[in-house]
Design a protein around this ligand. Sequence first.
Ligand SMILES: NC(=O)c1ccc[n+]([C@@H]2O[C@H](COP(=O)([O-])OP(=O)(O)OC[C@H]3O[C@@H](n4cnc5c(N)ncnc54)[C@H](OP(=O)(O)O)[C@@H]3O)[C@@H](O)[C@H]2O)c1
Length: 288
Amino acid sequence: MTEIENSTPRVTVIGTGAIGSAVVRRLLAGGRDVVVWNRTASRSARLVEEGALPAGSIREAISSSPLVLLTLTDHAAVRQCLAALDTDLSGRTIVAMCTGTADDARSAAQRVAALGARYLDAGIQASPDMIGTDAATILYSGHRSAFEQHAAALGLLSRPRFVGEAPEAAAIWDLALFGVWYDAQLGLLRALETVREAGIDVAEFSRTAGLQLGHVVEAVPGTVSELLRADYPAGPAGLTEHLAVIRHLVVLRSGRRLGDGGLPEVAARIEALIADGRGGEGLTATIG
Ligand SMILES: NC(=O)c1ccc[n+]([C@@H]2O[C@H](COP(=O)([O-])OP(=O)(O)OC[C@H]3O[C@@H](n4cnc5c(N)ncnc54)[C@H](OP(=O)(O)O)[C@@H]3O)[C@@H](O)[C@H]2O)c1
């Protein structure tokens, strides 16, 4: 433990929007002293009534605690807040808790290191009402020792999960997981739009579509095992059969408001594999 942590177990939260407010309330409920600063001061007034300690400036807020959580809109806001600092922040851990890219995380880590502090990037897989419940997962990456030092405070917010020492690891996990959700949900929306326009009973169709999504979930362990073994058996269909279906889907989705979901690129990749004599392999071969 650092001297700062010994003298005060405070946590600073910069940004008291939806996530930040939920984080502050959970930390207060967990018995922590919480220092808050928000660009629009009036938006943290309620939290101060509830027991949070207001800081007069962002510098004061950040220098008040060994653990500083930046619960801000995006990394542009993180950059702006960090640019306002010129003091030595040795002994502090700065956590950027916002959705961003790998480059965002790397540049925030560099800026925080230049200020003498340790950086953690955080990907929030939770809505504000889930903060502090078992349903919330927050992914952290960066300084393992900083994560371990503050695991108790971070553990009040969610099941904390350290996903790697590269600062960008949490951002990549976070965005990749969002991608899984968007691909599945947008695939469903494309299908619902198509069947509705064809005059098909959407509710009836959706029951079978739900089973289809279930097949994807059931196949996760097998798919990962194929990838790890670099062995891509065809299963029920090989790439040649997949290509025929995907070409039909491109036609079905043609002219739709949500586009074709990138299927022409997938078809081109499969065509290249077939040309290499790999038409008998399964779909996982596309990323093998
Ligand atoms: N809400 C969710 O369900 C959810 C779920 C998962 C992940 N996330 C991620 O969590 C992050 C926070 O989301 P949120 O829903 O809490 O957003 P939010 O309610 O809009 O709050 C954004 C906060 O950032 C502050 N801010 C914005 N630009 C700033 C700047 N340039 N300088 C200083 N402060 C600035 C705002 O201050 P002002 O009050 O002054 O505007 C506010 O406190 C986002 O990256 C979001 O993608 C959110």
